[in-house]
Write a protein that binds this ligand. Sequence first.
Ligand code: NAD
Ligand code: IPM
Ligand code: MN
Length: 346
Amino acid sequence: SRSINLAVIPGDGIGPEVVTEGLKVLDAALDGTDVKVDTTTYDLGARRWHDTGETLPDSTLVELREHDAIVLGAVGDPGVPSGVLERGLLLRLRFELDHYVNLRPSRLFPGVSSPLSEPGEVDFVVVREGTEGPYVGNGGALRVDTPHEVANEVSVNTAFGVERVVRDAFARAQARPRRKLTYVHKHNVLVHAGHLWRRTVERVAQEYPDVAVDYLHVDAATIFLVTDPARFDVIVTDNLFGDIITDLAAAITGGIGLAASGNVNPDRSAPSMFEPVHGSAPDIAGQGVADPTATAVSVALLLDHLGLPERSERVLEAVGADLGARGSAPRSTSEVGDALAARVTP
Ligand code: NAD
Ligand code: IPM
Ligand code: MN
């Protein structure tokens, strides 16, 4: 028998609500196997910060490293200055655990309504760079809160960082039936980073003659995500562009309540972390109405990452079946979680 040593960070707002349901789905997916889940819950987020001033203590980070994987709900709270938890907890985890591939699949499941009238067959994955770009925190401000304020956020792009994520995206494209890679940037304006990305893609492409490569400026990418999303297979892009286009990708494939992500460390030098794309949704927190489906799909990504692809597929099939059968009557967070878990274990 095998045991999965899982760290759980429920976090803020709807985070704990959706994580409870995600863990139900995980348990159901492992039912009938000899795989046990051993979870440790970490109290991090707004309440912890208010109580102790801590966002992510070093000793906790050391403990988290010892796990096989992490499940995170969401962080961020209206009572905490914007950026404190986002940077101090979530981004710190992504950087420290070297989550350089932020995997964000988008699939329009049959029966799910899209705001697009003719979406076509939408099934693509965004490989978002996760450790560089404008997220690094390389910047600063002068003369803050004066008319002469200067505020800089520098986008950091290294040859090492760009190449490793581009290689990952090519490998994924090669393994998918359509074998298509679209890289998204803005090299007509951001000539330093943009041309590093362009040269890297062109060089790595030589090793993948079967993968068709395409480029879009990020502004045009938003057009095609709305007018022709079926054209995409694998998209690779930088940290900030990837953040923006994956919320758009969620919106066209049934909404942010369905969008999953994996913060993956492909080298396995530290645990990967699985979380819904959405945030803590303070506008609906505490009401039991948040959709836990995105967390369930994130659990599917986790199972695949931990070498249980058949169990992962089971979760995706359950999600697909539930989505196809959803009527217009609203269901609570736990009703959806129970329904998904029941479909996973028939
Ligand atoms: P958000 O994703 O929390 O909410 C955007 C909108 O989507 C809201 O109307 C919300 O009610 C809705 N929504 C989100 N998840 C939903 C779900 N599961 N079911 C139904 N509706 C859902 O984004 P925001 O409002 O920009 O940010 C709120 C807070 O969350 C901020 O503090 C932000 O920094 C943080 N945030 C955290 C993460 C994360 O932890 N990964 C991601 C995004 C935002
Ligand atoms: C996401 C979020 C985060 C990001 C924030 C909260 C740091 O928007 O996971 O998409 O920008 O990556
Ligand atoms: Mn985001």
